[in-house]
Design a binder for this molecule. Structure first.
Ligand code: NAD
Ligand code: UDP
Ligand code: UDP
Length: 325
């Protein structure tokens, strides 16, 4: 039994492992009995996200910026390093593009040398402000190359190009996941994303900030479902690289989201309409036919349940005095 377990055990590198998604991924990989090397420069990730794993002898953390080369010996790589919220990725846009592009080159170089399988955390943002709805993987997207979101969108698009060129040129076993809006505990309170903003505003009985008319849509996936999808994708045969959409196809307007949050928190918050940010996509919904077919995956946590768990997390942070009430 012990021998069989060791035979299945892999050493897995997770870049961006101290972030929101990365920390859940590290925990899941440890629970599957793997060794985890978590690489992070702590730009948006925190030690608090991963502190519960420090005592595990199969968990290792390296402070490192993926724009610089990295030499470690691993069997699999999940490349998640990149700030994901507009406030953070627009803080130093040049570094954002470097993280996606140089980070991809270095991790692909590492995969090439070690023979590791490598998965890229790409994004629905590569579809930009889409004219096709819902978005399927064969849609090429509508992205502004010179706007404030471009460092993220174009950086991620170039990373996809690099992944597919390393596959064509060097036969690397790659996987590309196009992740749609994901939410859950450990979202950062101050990163301006809609779910964390609305929950904190509701818990504080402050006005809920609706950008634009609130009729723009997003499709929100709970973090546990997303992690299932990433693991299932990594486990697909080598002839399947994707790209594959991972997200929850149930679409909501921002007004509907606000109403849900107000109901679940019992908040006295009112709505406060603000200007819509530049290049804000009007609608977004994944077509997950391919994920269902190739991964046998679909999300199972309804928005209300996932929101309730996320609200509980933020309420605990407030009660513990870790963020202002
Ligand atoms: P996050 O900001 O919480 O995590 C990103 C992590 O990467 C952080 O820990 C950060 O410190 C680290 N990082 C950033 N630049 C780095 C660098 N140069 N070197 C090393 N580490 C670096 O964001 P997240 O929501 O967990 O997103 C994880 C990945 O998933 C990102 O690549 C993001 O683009 C992608 N994604 C997330 C969503 C979502 O809704 N959360 C949607 C689509 C795609
Ligand atoms: N690289 C890395 N770790 C490795 C192997 C390579 O960080 O274990 C980096 C290396 O610095 C290089 C990049 O990955 O710049 C791309 O490597 P590749 O072998 O594809 O290209 P080359 O070294 O031929 O430029
Ligand atoms: N949004 C909003 N109020 C907020 C924060 C965001 O109405 O306090 C809107 C935002 O304009 C966008 C949607 O919510 O239309 C999702 O924003 P987020 O930044 O979470 O994700 P992304 O735009 O990257 O999908």
């Amino acid at each position: 039994m012990a021998k069989r377990q060791l035979a299945r055990r892999k050493r897995v590198l997770v870049t961006g492992g101290a972030g929101f998604l990365g920390s859940f991924l590290c925990e899941r990989l440890l629970s599957l009995d793997h060794e985890v090397v978590c690489v992070d420069n702590f730009f948006t990730g925190t030690r608090d996200n991963i502190a519960q794993m420090f005592g595990n002898h199969r968990f290792e953390i390296l402070r490192h910026d993926v724009t610089f080369p990295l030499y470690v010996e691993v069997d699999e790589i999940y490349n998640l390093a990149c700030p994901a919220s507009p406030i953070h990725y627009q803080h130093d846009p040049v570094q954002t593009t470097k993280t996606s592009v140089h980070g991809a080159i270095n991790m692909l170089g590492l995969a090439k040398r070690t023979g590791a399988r490598i998965l890229q955390a790409s994004t629905s943002e590569i579809y930009g402000d889409p004219e096709v709805h819902p978005q399927r993987e064969d849609y090429w997207g509508r992205v502004n190359p010179i706007g404030p979101r471009s460092c993220y969108d174009e950086g991620k698009r170039c990373a996809e190009t690099l992944f597919f060129d390393y596959r064509r040129q060097h036969q690397l076993p790659i996987k590309v996941a196009r992740i749609f809006n994901t939410y859950g505990p450990r979202m950062q309170p101050d990163d301006g994303r809609v779910v964390s903003n609305f929950i904190l505003q509701a818990l504080r009985d402050e006005p809920i900030t609706i950008y634009g008319d609130g009729r723009q849509t997003r499709s929100f996936c709970f973090v546990d479902d997303l992690i299932d999808g990433l693991i299932a994708l990594m486990d697909t045969p080598d002839d399947f690289a994707g790209p594959v959409n991972l997200g929850n196809p149930v679409e909501f307007t921002m007004l509907e989201l606000a109403r849900n949050v107000i109901d679940l928190t019992g908040s006295a918050s009112t709505l406060d309409y603000r200007p819509l940010p530049q290049d804000d996509p009007r609608q977004r919904q994944p077509d997950i036919t391919l994920a269902r077919e190739k991964l046998g995956w679909e999300p199972s946590v309804p928005l209300k349940d996932g929101l309730a768990r996320t609200i509980e997390y933020f309420r605990d942070l407030i009660e513990a005095g870790l963020i202002p009430a």
